[in-house]
Design a protein around this ligand. Structure first.
Ligand code: SF4
Ligand code: SF4
Ligand code: SF4
Length: 683
């Protein structure tokens, strides 16, 4: 279904004002954009009035009109001018507008107000014979609203066509079915009405006054410069007063006295909605309710007059008075008699909008995901365009709104994103640092390795040449020891820089853990340490880089050993992890523990608490990097003077992660980047 109103996406600034002001919940927010739902829209044009960004547009009536006016066919081209037109052109003699329409190409210009005269008679007759409240309205937005949202009130709607249709029928009778009829008025809903199947085929096109102003400008017609011209017959009488409040009643000769409780005049969006609601609830006893969606048609959405409400009213009344002075009443009566037999009846249709009513569970879930756990979190600020948080949640469930419309939710999300961004930035800086350290390490290590080898070689040669008791021997041995220490550092640097490729192979957990336990068991440093190894027999074969994983276990075991200078217990446990297809290796010691302030720096390269010469500060970063390459995690729990536990958790089969064996230098650096949240200090 085509909609008469739509959003211009590039202009929409997502203020949700139109959502708030739409009486029919007809504006869906989809990917942040306001979209008008044709099936729900009643064409009231309220969204046009409230959008400060001019992001709403009305279906174009200008192009089809120009095509019809340009046709060579000799049929009549009739402009049906709504009675509010003097307010739309306040600085121009109203009859010059008639002349301007002729200059535009219309062969006839007729008054819709004559249709109002006919309709008024029909209203009077209908009201006289009804006992239930009658809703009289020339307003298609009200008709659409009742048909879609309160169809139970259809029997209350006076079954009479609008003045536009009545005037159209008069023109059809006068000029035939071939005539082209264009309504011009302040109303957007008329564009909907001309397509209503129950009154269709009468009016061919509906334009707003704003469109007429554009047409005049495009055609170079200045109404003030055109000759005044008279309307074509039949002339109108009291129907000319329809656009002002109570005009319908005055025209129909029905009392609009405030003391008369039988009649109510209701205008304006919210008052209309309240009244419809009240009638539906059986709370209204009046006999006649005259309703208009706007504050009178003189405030219709298709008329951007500079005048205020009272000035518009005044301009119409003054035009009507001037016309009535010149009106030939007898001629008018003759016209009414001439067209009295025109069928002004119509039917209405139940076009009820079936809305899905979401279950309470679904509404609560949406509220929860919007961070509205408690009732006090539902602040009902209406910034989203809905009257309450709950209403927004219902609209989200119905698919016509988005959670992001909630200002509070969006601000919370923004704050979270901001924090995540800050963390990511910090990590990026760390990553960049590590990437540079890796490159530097590789370069320095390469340059130093060869001279170091030469120093060691020649020192040994020198040592051999010295006599047994030569005091220089001790110096040479010191040189050799220090050079060897340098080579160890260089080798660690190369290890740190070399990580990035995994060579995967199948290995049992026992073949991974037991050789390390056997190796360290023979080393002097472990002579005072009990080594306890438990490998769960349920563990299936693993698919990892066995050499690199051995390096990890060795580094962690050495770390544990250094934490127990006076001996203790080293426990290595390998077993399935709680995450499916993952295993863990836990390495615990009963040593000195790690102070809280050092926990977050444990995996930072070159961080060491050992004396100079006793450690490179690369053992744990290397272990961390290798575990990350295996898509695993290392967590640490430690208590000072009680000991530490390092737990590695990683997938059993790295073939499930095809990218694992291929990492770019940047990914490697990211993998090596220690994340403090992996570290859990003990109590
Ligand atoms: S009123 Fe509606 S269309 Fe206009 S800017 Fe706001 S959200 Fe967009
Ligand atoms: S024309 Fe009226 S009903 Fe349609 S979307 Fe705009 S405000 Fe809602
Ligand atoms: S009140 Fe008048 S201008 Fe407004 S929607 Fe109804 S008929 Fe159109």
């Amino acid at each position: 279904m085509n909609c008469v109103v739509s959003t211009i996406p590039e202009r929409c600034k997502r203020c949700y004002c139109c959502v708030r002001e739409c009486p029919a919940n007809a504006i869906q927010i989809l990917n942040g954009q306001a979209v008008v739902l044709a099936s729900r829209c009643v064409g009231c044009g309220n969204c046009l009035k409230v959008c400060t960004q001019n992001a709403k547009s009305v279906r174009d009536g200008i192009s089809p009109l120009l095509l019809r006016l340009a046709e060579a066919h000799p049929h009549e081209k009739v402009a049906l001018l709504a009675p509010s037109f003097p307010a739309a052109f306040p600085s121009t003699d109203p009859l010059r507008i008639v002349g301007s329409l002729r200059a535009l190409g219309f062969t006839r210009v007729a008054e819709v107000a004559f249709g109002a005269d006919l309709v008024s008679e029909a209203y009077r007759a209908h009201v006289a014979q009804c006992s239930d409240p009658v809703i009289t309205t020339p307003c298609p937005a009200i008709v659409e609203y009742i048909e879609k949202y309160n169809p139970e009130l259809i029997p209350n709607l006076a079954p009479i066509v609008s003045p536009m249709i009545a005037a159209g029928k008069v023109m059809r009778e006068k000029y035939g079915q071939d005539a082209f009829l264009a309504f011009i008025g302040p109303c957007v809903a008329k564009k909907v009405e001309i397509l209503d199947p129950n009154v269709a085929d009468v009016i061919d096109e509906a334009l707003t006054f704003d469109e007429l102003i554009t047409l005049f400008a495009d055609a170079g017609i200045d109404p003030a410069e055109q000759r005044a011209a008279e309307f074509d017959a039949p002339r109108a009488y009291l129907g000319q007063i329809y656009p002002v409040s109570g005009g319908l009643l005055k025209s129909a000769g029905i009392s609009s006295d405030v003391m008369d409780e039988e009649v109510i005049v209701v205008e304006g969006r919210q008052r209309c909605l309240n009244m419809i609601n009240e009638i539906a609830q059986g709370k209204v006893n009046s006999k006649l309710i005259d309703i208009l969606f706007c504050e009178g048609c003189i405030n219709g959405p298709g008329m951007s007059s500079p005048l205020n409400y009272y000035e518009k009213r005044e301009s119409i009344i003054s035009f009507v008075k001037s016309r009535h002075r010149l009106l030939d009443q007898a001629e008018w009566h003759d016209s009414i008699e001439e067209y009295r037999d025109i069928d002004l009846s119509r039917v209405y249709e139940d076009r009820r909008i079936e809305e899905r009513v979401p279950e309470e569970r679904e509404i609560q879930h949406i509220l929860l995901t919007m961070g509205k756990r408690e009732s006090e979190d539902q602040i009902n600020c209406a910034a989203c365009g809905y009257v309450s948080c709950r209403e927004l949640a219902i609209a989200v469930a119905q698919g016509i709104a988005e959670k992001e419309m909630c200002l509070q939710y969006t601000i919370d999300n923004l704050e979270r994103s901001h924090l995540e961004l800050a963390e990511a930035q910090a990590q990026l800086i760390q990553t960049e640092k590590l990437a540079s350290v890796g490159q530097l390490a590789a370069g320095v290590a390469h340059e130093i390795n060869n001279p170091l080898g030469t120093i060691v070689l020649y020192s040994h040669l020198l040592l051999k040449q010295l006599k047994e008791m030569d005091p220089a021997q001790e110096d040479i041995r010191f040189i050799i020891a220090e050079a060897e220490r340098c080579r160890n550092i260089v080798s660690s640097l190369l290890n740190f820089a070399r990580q990035g490729k995994l060579v995967l192979s199948e290995v049992s957990a026992e073949d991974l853990v037991m050789p390390i336990a056997a190796m360290i068991g023979k080393r002097d440093e472990f002579s005072e340490i009990d080594i306890d190894v438990q490998v769960d027999a349920k563990l299936p074969p693993l698919y990892v880089d066995i050499d690199q994983m051995k390096q990890v276990l060795l580094n962690l075991a050495m770390n544990a050993c250094e934490a127990m200078p006076d001996g203790g217990t080293l426990r290595i446990v390998a077993e399935p992890a709680s995450t499916p297809r993952n295993f863990l290796v836990r390495i615990s010691d009963t040593g000195s523990g790690i102070p809280k302030e050092n926990m977050s720096r444990l995996f930072t390269p070159f961080f060491t608490t050992k004396q100079i010469g006793k450690g490179t500060g690369l053992g744990l970063p290397i272990a961390y990097g290798i575990v990350k390459l295996h898509h695993g995690q290392i967590t640490v729990q430690s208590e000072v003077l009680k000991g530490s536990t390092f737990t590695i958790t990683m997938p059993m089969d790295l073939r499930d992660y095809p990218a694992a064996a291929q990492m770019s230098p940047r990914e490697l650096a990211a993998a090596l980047s220690p994340l403090p949240h992996n570290v859990h200090p003990g109590k």
